[in-house]
Design a binder for this molecule. Structure first.
Ligand SMILES: [Zn+2]
Length: 241
């Protein structure tokens, strides 16, 4: 017991000052970039989210289909990807349990950013296209969300769209910069059709991955290393106290 205590104490006292691990979860290398992205596919199981007005397609299934394409695109670009779910089921027995488990994954230590994939719906059926939300007041989250919406609008040949501030669980909980991507509106017939098309899904997925990478690469590398180190230390401190 004494040994455990003194070990904990020495990690607490010296862990953050040491220039080498345990503070850094892994070493960043210049080529290829080893960024760590947490991907969340919204809903799942009996919680299917929005439903397509024309075809009855479930948001939860589209989130998974497009999300898996985003995961592959990020991995192709040298990222390590952690997913909140990999199948059609929810990850908890109840909504509350599901959110708790999702929240824990979204707070994964060492993550560089988190991306939550959803589909939108709105009473006005003419409203269409992607939207990106960041946690209101989160500067880095805003920068990430703007990079992603810029990449999406460019891929779709639309004019620039601003990222939107919001207050959502998936952008509020994580320590890392976070974005909630609404890929399109299941209340709009054109979006609903496009979102089920494999080529369109791939176009969106590549754009989301490009936007995420544009954000990550825009971070000054030395600041980035320092922030990662500090956030690892902060989490360690939280666990010890
Ligand atoms: Zn949703």
């Amino acid at each position: 017991m004494k040994r455990t205590l003194s070990l904990l104490l020495s990690v607490f006292l010296f862990g953050c000052a040491a220039p080498t691990p345990p503070c850094q979860p892994y070493e960043l290398t210049a080529e290829p970039p080893q960024y760590y992205v947490v991907l969340d596919y919204g809903h799942g199981g009996s919680d299917c989210g929005a439903v397509g007005i024309e075809t009855g397609v479930k948001e939860s299934d589209l989130n998974l289909a497009i999300g898996e394409r985003v995961a592959a695109a990020l991995e192709d670009r040298g990222c390590f990807v952690l997913r909140t779910r990999t199948g059609a089921d929810a990850i908890g027995k109840t909504k509350r349990d599901d959110m708790a488990k999702r929240g824990a994954i979204l707070c994964a230590e060492g993550a560089d950013c988190t991306v939550s994939i959803h589909m939108n719906k709105f009473a006005d059926r003419s409203v269409k296209g992607p939207m990106c939300y960041y946690q209101a007041g989160a500067e880095e989250g805003q920068a990430l969300a703007q990079c992603v919406i810029d990449a999406l609008t460019e891929a779709l040949g639309k004019s620039g769209r601003l990222a939107n501030p919001g207050n959502n669980f998936v952008t509020r909980i994580p320590n890392a910069p976070s974005v909630l991507v609404e890929c399109g509106f299941l209340s709009n017939a054109e979006d609903e059709r496009n979102l089920q098309d494999a080529d369109f899904q791939q176009l969106l997925a590549d754009a989301i991955a490009d936007g995420v990478l544009a954000f990550l690469k825009s971070q000054n590398e030395s600041d980035f290393r320092e922030k990662k180190s500090n956030s690892a230390c902060a989490s360690r401190r939280k666990l010890i106290q």
